[in-house]
Ligand binder design. Structure first.
Ligand SMILES: Cc1ncc(COP(=O)(O)O)c(C=O)c1O
Length: 485
């Protein structure tokens, strides 16, 4: 983690910090303090970093030092900054905040908030019966110590069978069960990426994957996705692989988070071939593979083009079933699975047996459960799209044919300002820059359709109300080329 943020860096992160609702237009110092709080809340400004000296920030933002002094004072008073004379000021959070499942900081009493920061469904009704059936099964395991570093055999068999049915022959010894897909990614990175290793990721990409890469101190090269389908520019992507020759590439080809794009079969094949040619390992995140909508036919799994154990696939139960189960997995070669298991023993030993048994029961019922999830997601997506078309017609959206999120191109670089303003009217948003690395993507917003339709419609109404309240001063470069850098 960075221990100090320089004036120019903070100015870049702050972006359009003064773009706050016109009706409640606050003095500059309060707007600046609010913008810093926003960065802390959405994780772009870590806790415990030293902020620039007042004079340095004033110069970087081209504002008076008194404004910065007053902003820092306000941040100290609200509990977001600690200062020691002569030593500087560090970011912190008031004791009344907690970390949410998205990694975003939220106030403790946010029960009435419509949370569009989380892209995950509530549990299906089948979960409770599956948990009861799992408890019945448990005695079969109680005679042993209960540590299964690669997972219990019946779950590995069920996961392997599902891959085989998708056209990717897989044996149980190619599967390692993990505590969620995020854990799977972390273990794969621990095993295959030395600190400082070079990694290629899509931009935008899944923020917690970027956090896992940051924890490995990865040097990251990005591949910008277009807003329009298919998203990936084949020549650019293959060119980046050839040029950067990264140690590893992390891709989400199946209903990418956040854009919802689906990578065509031909590109999957070429990516795998090029990765092999340049010595890059591919980590393919299939979190959303079970959730095609509108009768979309899935291309073959990316790993089905792999002849050289270049592709490690990660996936899990969180999106089609329930995140609270914390069950994910890695599909790799059998020797890689053994190496991962050895790595894992030094981390968390094994996944809980009972939770794995619940997963076995849910997977046995997967066709019915997943069909219901898709119907639910289709209806919710359509409600969200209709509300956006009606209330925010200037926003540009590509209809996602799977997954749980859509990526909207806004009518200006206002994503963070909109997130801050929406929070005040009870809607939590994860602004575009959360999905990138360098404070860009301010013209984009991820909107999940995992909440009930009525909540989504209500949220869009509130967002539209605050959007029209935003300072319209700064809408310069909108409708530039659709490539996200
Ligand atoms: C692309 C992607 N990978 C991984 C995860 C984390 O999944 P899990 O809850 O299984 O750890 C998510 C959750 O949003 C995701 O979108």
């Amino acid at each position: 983690m960075t221990s100090q943020v320089r004036g120019a860096q903070l100015a870049r992160l702050l972006g359009q910090w003064h773009a706050l609702p016109g009706r409640r237009r606050s003095p500059d110092y309060a707007a600046l303090a609010g913008a810093v709080r926003g960065l802390l809340a959405d994780g772009r400004l870590p806790l415990g970093v030293r902020l620039p000296a007042e004079r340095e920030l004033a110069e970087a933002l081209k504002i008076s030092r008194t404004t910065v002094t007053a902003a820092y004072r306000e941040l100290r008073e609200s509990g977001h900054l600690a200062s020691r004379r002569g030593a500087g000021s560090w970011t912190m959070l008031p004791g009344t905040h907690r970390v949410a499942s998205t990694g975003l900081w939220t106030p403790l009493d946010d029960r009435d908030m419509i949370d569009l920061g989380v892209a995950a469904l509530a549990a299906p009704p089948e979960l409770l019966p599956a948990a009861r059936a799992a408890a019945e099964d448990l005695p079969r395991y109680l005679g042993g110590a209960g540590y299964h570093p690669t997972g219990i055999i019946e779950l590995r068999e069920a996961v392997a069978r599902a891959y085989t049915e998708r056209g990717l022959p897989t044996s149980p010894d190619q599967i390692m069960v993990t505590n969620g897909t995020q854990h799977a990614l972390d273990l794969v990175l621990r095993l295959s990426l030395a600190p400082g290793g070079n990694v290629l990721v899509e931009a935008p990409s899944y923020p917690n994957a970027l956090a896992a890469l940051a924890a490995r101190r990865a040097r990251i090269t990005t591949h910008g996705l277009a807003v329009d389908e298919p998203g990936w520019d084949a020549d650019l992507l293959l060119g980046s692989l050839r040029q950067a020759r990264p140690k590893l590439a992390y891709l989400i080809p199946d209903f990418q988070n956040p854009t919802g794009h689906l990578m065509p079969a031909s590109l999957r094949e070429r990516v795998v071939g090029t990765a092999h040619a340049v010595g890059t390992d591919l980590v393919v995140d299939e979190s959303f593979v079970d959730l095609p909508l509108d009768g979309t036919v899935l291309p073959p799994p990316t790993a089905s083009f792999d002849r050289h154990s270049r592709v490690v696939t990660i996936g899990g139960m969180s999106k089609p079933f329930w995140g609270g189960l914390r069950i994910g997995w890695v599909r790799a070669s059998a020797p890689q699975v053994q190496r991962l298991a050895a790595t894992r023993v030094g981390v968390d030993m094994a996944s809980p047996v009972l939770d794995q048994l619940v997963a076995v029961h849910l997977l046995a019922d997967a066709p019915a459960i997943v069909a219901a999830r898709r119907a639910q997601l289709t209806a919710q997506r359509d409600a969200l799209l209709a509300a956006l078309a009606q209330r925010l017609p200037e926003w540009r959206v590509t209809v996602p044919h799977g997954g749980v999120t859509l990526w909207a191109e806004l009518d200006g670089p206002i994503s963070s300002a909109l997130a801050r303003a929406s929070e005040e009217v009870g809607v939590r948003l994860a602004p575009g820059p959360r999905f990138g690395l360098d404070g860009t993507l301010e013209r984009f917003l991820r909107l999940p359709f995992t909440l009930p339709a009525a909540d989504l419609v209500e949220a869009v109404g509130r967002i539209a109300a605050v959007r029209y309240d935003l300072d319209r001063g700064g809408r310069p470069q909108w409708r530039e080329p659709a490539v996200i850098a």
